[in-house]
Design a protein around this ligand. Structure first.
Ligand code: MD0
Ligand code: SF4
Length: 375
């Protein structure tokens, strides 16, 4: 793409016109460092327009590492004997959440594999209790990342005022999906995210990079997340895990992830986009923020024997995935941690917008994005 064309796309983005599918593909195809740098600095400008220099922080609790599934990329897939299995009980989750809240996070993310003890035997009351306790004791918003659950369970989460439901598609290409989320339903995953939103929760979707997707798959994912109006959108690089089908895959270049984050920022200027500590630990934070991310996720306190998802141990027990370590990095970049009220009012605004859209949507139903409809 010519320099002139690139400047044109970036200028439009600054003026609030987000890239078309064609332009998204062109941006994602960039390879020379100077052009990528330009996209990233534009993404920072766009982030500043919507969020100033303020960032949000999410505390992360992986409360059960048991799972009934066989995702090709995941260390915690059912048959992996190397993966550390544990379950945290109510008191432990409460203690960890309170510690995270005291350290200054904006939200608590309660994450679990599709633990057979919960998913197969319908013991969801364990999660309900945890959500209630964490909300009561910390006063913070809660995100639940439990995998695919029934609409009734989603309804119950929403009734308990669970703020977020996170469920990542990983890819919006249904053929690739089958190779990644082996034995799972592509449609059901999309459907559940939509159901959670209809029930009144904010939703997060995300993609995995370096798993055999093409550049236009990446563009389709970004278009899909935009069109489906997700409240938070993430891109994370594959970390090849031992004893999994993806063990021998090459590590994708982090430039691809940074470029994706930056293009997502241009496509969804006012949305939350994570810089996850779960891929490269604290040393990977700066570049993701330079790409336009505005939420730091996977803050995990040491001394609790907690695991991360794509990096099961990196930086955790060394105390490097903490608010105080994050603060050092962001302060040096001229960025700051937002006040709790800023986060809560962003959420309230989004919920209101969604409710309005849902109402309009019921009057004028529209199609959800599918790459097949946008050749
Ligand atoms: C993260 N490991 O933020 C977490 C995780 C689940 N909601 C989030 C993928 O990086
Ligand atoms: Fe289970 Fe989630 Fe891992 Fe898939 S990605 S195997 S659902 S923990």
């Amino acid at each position: 793409m010519s320099q002139h064309r690139l400047s044109d796309i970036l200028l439009k983005a600054i003026q609030g016109v987000s890239p078309s599918r064609e332009e998204t593909i062109q941006l994602l195809s960039l390879e020379d460092p100077a052009s990528i740098q330009l996209v990233m600095s534009t993404a920072q400008k766009v982030r500043r327009q919507h969020f100033g220099n303020r960032l949000f922080m999410y505390g992360f609790i992986y409360l059960s590492t048991y799972c009934r599934n066989h995702c090709a990329f995941c260390f915690y897939r059912k048959t992996n004997k190397q993966s550390p299995r544990y379950r945290k009980n109510l008191a432990e989750v409460e203690g960890i959440a309170c510690g995270l809240a005291d350290s200054g996070v904006h939200l608590i993310d309660l994450t679990l594999g599709e633990d057979p003890l919960i998913h197969d035997t319908g013991n969801f009351h364990i999660l309900f209790q945890m959500i209630e306790r964490v909300k009561d004791e910390t006063g913070l918003p809660v995100m639940i990342s439990p995998g695919v659950v029934s609409e009734e369970i989603l309804q119950h989460f929403a009734e308990m005022k669970t703020d977020w439901y996170a469920l990542y598609q990983e890819t919006h290409n249904s053929v690739l999906f089958k190779k990644l989320r082996i034995g799972q339903s592509f449609e059901d995953r999309n459907k559940k995210r939509n159901a959670a939103r209809r029930a009144g929760m904010l939703v997060e979707d995300g993609i995995l990079l370096g798993v055999g997707e093409t550049i236009s798959d990446r563009a389709d994912s970004i278009m899909a997340m935009k069109q489906n109006n997700v409240d938070q959108a993430r891109a994370m690089s594959l970390v090849p895990q031992p004893e999994t089908p993806a063990a021998d895959m090459p590590c994708p270049s982090r430039m691809i992830e940074c470029l994706c984050i930056a293009v997502m920022r241009l496509a969804m200027p006012d949305r939350l986009i994570p810089a996850s500590l779960d891929v490269d630990g604290i040393k990977g934070l700066k570049m993701r923020l330079e790409a336009g991310a505005n939420v730091i996720t996977s803050i995990i306190p040491p001394n609790n024997r907690l695991a991360g998802v794509s990096q099961s141990v990196l930086d955790i027990e060394q105390g490097l995935r903490t608010v105080s370590e994050v603060k050092k990095v962001i302060t040096a970049m001229g960025l700051t941690i937002a006040g709790g009220n800023v986060y809560e009012s962003w959420m309230a605004k989004r919920k209101e917008m969604t409710a309005r859209r849902e109402h309009l949507g019921s009057l004028y139903p529209s199609q959800t994005y599918s790459p097949d409809l946008h050749p």
